[in-house]
Each structure stands twice: as structure tokens, then as C-alpha cells.
Design a protein around this ligand. Structure first.
Ligand code: PGA
Length: 249
């Protein structure tokens, strides 16, 4: 069975609640699609108004982060159950900005992945190498390590529902996209890694996105690759261009 494309915006720390509602209205008709799942991953404070603003449309809402504990004394954190109750379907876990600026490590991310799944959320698990790692030739070793560590104790059936985003750190927000060949090569490498860890059926089912300076011009070529099932889009998800990315064909 062909995998359904999934195109997700990662708004990062952009859009006040009122700006968010306006953006949803502007994008509403542009992001209509029968072929792809469309997701807006938004700042926590925008979740409630955005869930309301996209009601009756094809857009699903995602969070950009969550904490793995059930509830309690974790000031400033948001639980999976809170996200679920608010109408969230997806949650980005392990974005390179969280790994880098907030020192989130694989053991923590593994707990988040498991908790998200348990709560009925779909993790968008991010991985990716730095420029130094690419230049040293250890890209795939590094990404395999991330994937294996982040998926400890996650079952094949759970992985089938998962979304993995390959985002080379050097391509994020830099305007420097990985070449189509580089992106396809790593996305295939991730799929091979899943096949080794689980089985071919699981590898064939898991959806793998490319992220890193995706825009209206490069989306079609990237998303046409056999192992690239859509994109995680930062900057270009905040403007009308996102509609062109969703309707890349
Ligand atoms: P970018 O961000 O599209 O602005 O490069 C992608 C991401 O960080 O998810």
C-alpha cells in the first residue's frame, strides 16, 4: 500500500494566538488536499485557538513538544494527556533545536515517544546530522544511533504509525536544502534501519519526512523521491507558500 504523504508546518516560536487564528484563515483554502495529511505544529499557547480555527477543514493540529510525566510538579511543562484533550493529533519530538538549545537527549526523547504513543498522539520524531558530522562521513551512523535510542521498547505496530522527520541541522533555517539525492539517501537509510530493527512491513509503513529549507520551489522534487513521504516545514509554513508545498504536484 502506498504511503500517504504528510506535510507538516513547524511554526516554532512564531505567531501570537491572534496572529495564529489569522494565519489559519489565510491558509484555509490554499492547504486543501485529498492526497496528503496536513498538520500545523504550533506553539503551546496557540493550540486551543488553532484547534478551533481549523475545525471543519482538512488540517490537523500538532504540538512542538511535550513532557513524558503524567502530571504533577513539573512547572512549565505540558503533558501528553493535556495535548490529547485539547484536540492535538501529532507532537514533534526531538527537534534539533530542542536537542541543541534545551539539551534534550535520546533517553529523554525515548520516554517522550513512548508517552505520546500511550496517550494516542502520533510522534513526529526528528533526527539529523550536523555539518561536521556530514563532513566526517558519519551521517548515517549518527542517525542510526538516534533512531535506535529513541525507539527503545517501541513495538513494530507502534512504529508503523510513527512519523520520522529527517532534518539535517545544516539545512534548517539556512536556505541551504539538502540535495534531493542526499535527502533520499538518508531517508532510505532510516527505512533500512527500521527494517533491521523490526521487519520489512514496518519499514514500508513508517512515514519519513524531509525537513530543512523546504520551499515552494524544491518541494515537488523532494517529495517525489521513493523514500520521502512529505516534509516538516519551518519558515515556509508561515506564509501562503505553504499551500503550494502541500499541493506540490
Ligand atoms: P526550515 O525549518 O524549513 O525553516 O528550515 C525546518 C524545521 O526546523 O523543522
Amino acid at each position: 500500500m502506498a504511503r500517504r504523504k504528510i506535510i507538516a508546518g513547524n511554526w516554532k516560536m512564531n505567531m501570537t494566538p491572534s496572529e495564529a487564528v489569522k494565519l489559519c484563515a489565510e491558509l484555509k483554502d490554499l492547504v486543501k488536499s485529498d492526497d496528503a495529511d496536513v498538520v500545523y505544529c504550533v506553539p503551546a499557547i496557540d493550540i486551543v485557538p488553532v484547534v478551533e480555527a481549523v475545525k471543519g477543514t482538512n488540517v490537523e493540529v500538532g504540538a512542538e513538544n511535550m513532557y513524558f510525566e503524567e502530571k504533577g510538579a513539573y512547572t512549565g511543562e505540558i503533558s501528553a494527556a493535556m495535548l490529547k484533550d485539547a484536540g492535538v493529533k501529532y507532537v514533534i519530538i526531538g527537534h534539533s533545536e530542542r536537542r541543541d538549545y534545551f539539551k534534550e537527549e535520546d533517553a529523554l526523547l525515548n520516554k517522550k515517544v513512548k508517552k505520546a504513543i500511550e496517550a494516542g498522539l502520533t510522534p513526529i520524531l526528528c533526527c539529523g546530522e550536523s555539518l561536521e558530522q556530514r563532513e566526517m562521513g558519519v551521517t548515517m551512523d549518527w542517525i542510526r544511533l538516534q533512531i535506535k535510542s529513541d525507539l527503545v521498547d517501541v513495538t513494530a505496530d507502534q512504529v508503523k504509525e510513527l512519523v520520522i522527520a529527517y532534518e539535517p541541522i545544516w539545512a534548517i533555517g539556512t536556505g541551504k536544502t539538502a540535495t534531493t539525492e542526499q535527502a533520499q539517501e538518508v531517508c532510505k537509510g532510516i527505512r533500512d534501519c527500521i527494517a533491521e530493527m523490526y521487519d520489512d512491513a514496518t519499514a514500508a509503513a513508517v512515514r519519513i519526512q524531509y525537513g530543512g529549507s523546504v520551499n515552494a520551489r524544491n518541494a515537488a522534487e523532494l517529495f517525489a523521491q521513493p523514500d520521502i513521504d512529505g516534509g516538516l516545514v519551518g519558515g515556509a509554513s508561515l506564509k501562503a507558500d505553504f499551500g503550494k508545498i502541500v499541493n506540490y504536484k
